[in-house]
Design a protein around this ligand. Structure first.
Ligand code: ZN
Length: 212
């Protein structure tokens, strides 16, 4: 590909290069591919359309998914008790919980203390190894980019999600870091397990806060 071709490609996609052309095209192409269009495979959560089959997608709940998601919801309630946004996470290997955690960002004054990170640290500590490629992670809200990155780095086998996070979700809503063939690992994904319970917990938390 010559420089001229590259420039015309950049113009076609409406990109106005303010940096050297090669870099400009690279940025455009990279951005274009990294934006996973969630509407093709996932419904976006909203109080009115969620769970009503607005968009078709794979729905595959395995045996104990609801049971472990209930445990993640208990973790989420713990977060609420110390005034953190109620999000919880449970990590399971061979039917046994090996790590769990709730969002502790406010409580610990720690921007990385999301439920998934807290639970991953506990599981890795318990197992004595960072690689968790035989676990299923249950989280009440779709992970953010940081947590999706951590799940990727832990090489987790499977992720089960409660409600979707339309604004910051990085497993289908804004991005999908866990099914991107350019990255080092892909995770088996299940959505919409006790999503209403998870969303209700969040909604109540924010309503109560506004009322204070
Ligand atoms: Zn997070």
């Amino acid at each position: 590909m010559t420089n001229v071709t590259r420039l015309s490609l950049a113009e076609e996609v409406g990109f106005e290069p303010t940096v050297p052309v090669d870099t400009a095209v690279f940025e455009t192409a990279r951005f274009g591919r990294s934006r996973t269009p969630p509407l093709r495979s996932l419904p976006l959560w909203s109080p009115t359309n969620f769970g009503r089959g607005a968009v078709s997608y794979d729905f595959c709940v395995m045996g104990d998914d609801e049971r472990f998601m209930r445990e993640a919801l208990v973790e989420a309630s713990r977060a609420k008790a110390h005034d953190d946004v109620p999000i919880g996470c449970v990590i399971v290997a061979d039917g046994v919980v090996v790590g769990s955690g709730e969002n502790r960002r406010e409580f610990d004054h720690d921007p990385t203390a999301h439920a998934e990170i807290v639970a991953l640290r506990e599981a890795a500590r318990q197992r004595g190894h960072w690689r968790l490629d035989d676990v299923t992670v249950y989280v009440t809200l779709e992970p953010c980019a940081m947590c999706a990155g951590a799940l990727l780095n832990a090489r987790v086998a499977r992720l089960v999600i409660g409600a979707l996070d339309e604004k910051a979700g990085a497993v289908g809503s804004r991005y999908n870091l866990l099914s991107d063939p350019r990255l080092l690992h892909e995770v088996s994904l299940t959505y919409d397990v006790l999503a209403d319970e998870s969303a209700t917990l969040l909604r109540e938390f924010f309503v109560e806060r506004r009322g204070e």
